[in-house]
Design a protein around this ligand. Structure first.
Ligand code: MN
Length: 205
């Protein structure tokens, strides 16, 4: 477990950033997913899937769609600790990933990746290694199947995330633009940034 989070820890100064250090281990019954809206140098959505003690992670510039015809580019990033799933706040501007983070959606998910030949479920870690994973999300904003497919390997690894054409697919919804607020606190990025700004007393909640 420690080796998996080495890259995460190496990039951060925990005495200066409010992000979690990553020590707690997994104890939840069903794995969770989280999508964090992150206003860093560019706005993006960090899509994370729990795999054991860590969150496998991709940065999705446009966020996930509910339209099966919309392919969204996803760029893999380092594994994050499990408790990162509850993190929202401000990362100092001169730190790695500096900017504001909110929890845009979260909930349990099921790994429904099937081996083509046997029909058996492929463990998520192995599915990611093989470049194809299918999950069913049970979030507040996003529900149903999503397929992740690696389209480019090597140093500039690229994936696509596409909504499965199931009962929860809906081309008319566009939650990335119509539901911008945090599912944990109801706040927008601007409100989180204002709440975290130096000199301003933090609101008690
Ligand atoms: Mn990010």
């Amino acid at each position: 477990m420690t080796t998996k989070l080495d890259e995460y820890a190496k990039k951060r100064h925990f005495e200066r950033t409010p992000e979690p250090r990553g020590k707690r281990s997994a104890a939840t019954e069903s794995p969770i997913f989280v999508i964090q809206k992150h206003q860093a140098s560019t706005l993006h959505y960090d899509f994370r899937l729990q795999s054991g003690d860590v969150l496998k992670s991709w940065a999705v510039p446009k966020g996930l769609s509910t339209d099966p015809n919309e392919k969204r580019l996803a760029l893999p990033t380092e594994d994050h600790p499990l408790e990162y799933a509850q993190f929202e706040g401000d990362i100092p501007a001169d730190e790695y990933g500096g900017g504001t983070v909110l929890v845009w959606d979260t909930g349990p998910y099921e790994n429904v990746t099937q081996d083509k030949d046997s029909g058996d479920t492929v463990p998520l870690e192995k599915a990611i290694q093989q470049g194809h994973a299918v999950v069913r999300l049970h979030g507040e904003k996003l529900r149903g199947g999503y397929a992740l497919t690696r389209i480019d390997a090597g140093d500039e690894e690229k994936w696509l995330i596409v909504k499965t054409d199931d009962d929860e697919a809906d081309a008319r919804r566009n939650p990335v633009s119509t539901e911008p607020q945090s599912v944990l606190s109801g706040r927008t990025l601007e409100e989180i940034a204002a709440d975290s700004s130096p000199g301003k007393a933090r609101k008690k909640q």
